[in-house]
Structures are given as structure tokens and as C-alpha cells.
Design a protein around this ligand. Structure first.
Ligand SMILES: Nc1ncnc2c1ncn2[C@@H]1O[C@H](COP(=O)(O)OP(=O)(O)OP(=O)(O)O)[C@@H](O)[C@H]1O
Ligand SMILES: [Mg+2]
Length: 334
């Protein structure tokens, strides 16, 4: 019998590790290509941290190749659940079967579970919507309509068989419900903006608030009935031509619909999108809502984006952040 480390090495060898430096020959060897199709060029598809996402041009088409690693691509010291690509595959597979949803997401072109590789349609070089945080971009009402239509249709799908995605949810749980609220979490918020650390202490020392956040965290980890995108924020929305496409469903799971909608609203708050847009979203949302739960989901997302590790390119001064922190606290407690 081989020593353990050799066995492990043999096992690891079976997974093809791709990178942005992979050669055309290496990509050509994948099982995805049609007879005679020649891989001509590879490049990074766009901004992203978690996974390797490549745009591959062949002599016939342009496609997107995504590989999940057992760690966060940008921070290899942080472990991450490798099966997240399977979740993304199943999510797209379900949506590809629905006539309405198919228009919103890329088509699946291939899946190689052994190598944790997903091949999808290239939606084109688009821009995400993170510009809304700059204070210079406001969503158009027509765009808001498209985004709500996506959620309305997603949340009415009848799905019973979907991965619980618990490893990814646990990772998210830590960064939404735990880390931002720990006094000694080692993250000096003054490096983000001087004075933010002191502001965060008012949240971190509020035991009543933290109790509510912990309860909500438990609910996030329990199972629900609605298929959720799980990360429905402007970084997952891609503007291509005149349409909005929705990508990156690796945090998808069956849960409470208020979670997706609450995250959506929170980012409208963080991007100072204004009352008209906020009320449009709630008015156009078609499914019954637990408004208390919705407020709590919205509140906790605002908090974790202001004082947690997953910071956004916000252009807010300290007073604006203080205002938002108070508002978020109010949403959670009342
Ligand atoms: N199907 C696609 N068509 C066109 N561009 C795409 C497609 N999929 C991804 N991209 C581009 O690649 C970028 C990274 O993709 P994606 O968000 O899926 O990666 P990720 O590593 O999961 O990102 P994150 O770290 O935000 O979780 C996107 O922001 C987008 O610009
Ligand atoms: Mg992602």
C-alpha cells in the first residue's frame, strides 16, 4: 500500500488545474469541443474573486469556462467548497428549462464534474452594476422592472430537488451573521475609512441587535421552499446590450424568498437609489411577503456590507454610513 501523501498526490493529479496561464493546448484537451474545433485564445472573462473564469475563443465561437477550486481563487489561503460549481450548474440547468428564465441566464454548453468545470454561453463583454455605488448611476425604472421580473419568475418555480449548498451557506453565514458583529474580529475598519471602526462598535456592542441577527442567521441555515439566487446584488447583474443578465448563482439554495429580495433592497439603500426605486421593487414583487423578515434580511445585508469584510466600492461619507447603520438597526429591531 502506498503512503498516504502519495495516494493524495495521485488523487489530486486526477483533477485538471487550470489557470489564466494555461496553454491553448491544455484547454484544447478538454472534452467540450466539437469535432475539428480549434481553441484560439483565452483571457480573463471579467472581475471576480472566487473562481477561475475564462473567456475562451475558438475558431467557431466564444464561450465562458468556469472552474471552482478548493479555495478562493484570489486568496488561496482561504478554503472554499469545491462543489459550488455543481450548484451553479444545477441552477442554470433549471433556469435553462424555463422559457422566461432562459432569457436571463447563460445557456449551459457543457459540464465536467471531475474537473469542476462549467462551460456556458458567452453573454458578451458586459459591465456589472456596481457603478451604482459611485453615486453616479441610477437604475432606470425599466431595469428595475427586469430585475423584479427575474425574481418573480425565479421564486415561482416549483423546485424540490436542489443541493442544500450548506458548505457555501456556512461560509456566507460567517461573513453575514458572525464576523461583522464580533468586537475582536481583527479587521480594522479605519483602514477602510477613518472613524468607521468606532461607528461599528455601536453595532458590535448592541446585544439585543446581535441576538436578532443570530436568530436570522439560524433561519438562513435552515431549509425553505423557494429556489433563491442567493447573491442577488449588482455584482451578479450583467448589462449586455439592452438586456440585464443574471450570473453567478453559486450561493443558490432553497430558502426564504425574503432573503433575495432583502439583499436587493439593501443594495438599493447602499447605492442611494431613492424611494421611488425601492417602492417600485416592493410593489412589483408578486409573491406574498413576511415584511418583518424582509426588513431583517435587508438590514443585516446593509450592516455586513458596511462593517464586514465584503466591502463595496461605496462613495459614502461617515455621516451617511452612520445614517445607514441606524436605519439597518431599525429595520432589524422594529
Ligand atoms: N456567461 C458569461 N458571459 C459573459 N461574461 C461573463 C459570464 N460569466 C461571467 N462573466 C464575466 O466574468 C466575471 C466573473 O464571473 P463570476 O462572477 O461568475 O465569477 P466569480 O469568481 O464567481 O465572482 P465572485 O468572486 O464575485 O463570486 C463576471 O463579472 C463577468 O464580467
Ligand atoms: Mg461568485
Amino acid at each position: 500500500m502506498k503512503p498516504k501523501h502519495l495516494l493524495l498526490k495521485a488523487f489530486c493529479k486526477t483533477m485538471l488545474e487550470l489557470s489564466e496561464k494555461s496553454s491553448l493546448e491544455e484547454i484544447q484537451k478538454l472534452s467540450f469541443w466539437k469535432q475539428g474545433e480549434k481553441v484560439a485564445q483565452i483571457s480573463i472573462a471579467g472581475p471576480g474573486n472566487m473562481n477561475l473564469v475564462l473567456r475562451v475563443k475558438t475558431d467557431q465561437r466564444s464561450v465562458i469556462l468556469k472552474q471552482s477550486k478548493p479555495f478562493v481563487k484570489k486568496f488561496p489561503q482561504i478554503p472554499a467548497p469545491i462543489d459550488r460549481i455543481q450548484v451553479e450548474y444545477q441552477f442554470y440547468q433549471i433556469l435553462n428549462q424555463s422559457q422566461t428564465m432562459r432569457e436571463f441566464v447563460p445557456l449551459i454548453l457543457g459540464f465536467d464534474p471531475e474537473n469542476h468545470l462549467l462551460l456556458t454561453e458567452d453573454l458578451g463583454v458586459g459591465k456589472d452594476f456596481t457603478e451604482i455605488y459611485s453615486g453616479k448611476k441610477k437604475l432606470r425604472l425599466e431595469e428595475v422592472g427586469q430585475l423584479v421580473r427575474f425574481l418573480n419568475t425565479l421564486h415561482e418555480l416549483s423546485v424540490t430537488d436542489f443541493p442544500d449548498n450548506l458548505p457555501m451557506r456556512r461560509l456566507n453565514h460567517e461573513h453575514i451573521f458572525n464576523f461583522p458583529f464580533r468586537e475582536e474580529n481583527g479587521f480594522d475598519l479605519d483602514t477602510i475609512q477613518p472613524g468607521l471602526q468606532a461607528l461599528s462598535m455601536k453595532i458590535k456592542q448592541d446585544e439585543v441587535l446581535k441576538e436578532k441577527v443570530a436568530e436570522l442567521g439560524e433561519r438562513y441555515l435552515s431549509s425553505g421552499k423557494t429556489l433563491l439566487h442567493g447573491d442577488f446584488y449588482p455584482g451578479s447583474w450583467l448589462q449586455v446590450d439592452s438586456a440585464i443578465k443574471i450570473i453567478d448563482p453559486e450561493f443558490g439554495f432553497l430558502g426564504d424568498r425574503e432573503f433575495d429580495l432583502g439583499v436587493f433592497l439593501a443594495h438599493m439603500d447602499l447605492g442611494l437609489q431613492g424611494e421611488e426605486i425601492l417602492s417600485r421593487i416592493v410593489d412589483q414583487y408578486a409573491h406574498p411577503l413576511d415584511h418583518h423578515l424582509l426588513n431583517q434580511c435587508r438590514g443585516v445585508e446593509i450592516l455586513r456590507r458596511l462593517i464586514g469584510i465584503a466591502q463595496l466600492p461605496l462613495q459614502l461619507n461617515l455621516e451617511q454610513k452612520e445614517e445607514l447603520l441606524k436605519f439597518a438597526k431599525h429595520l432589524i429591531l422594529n
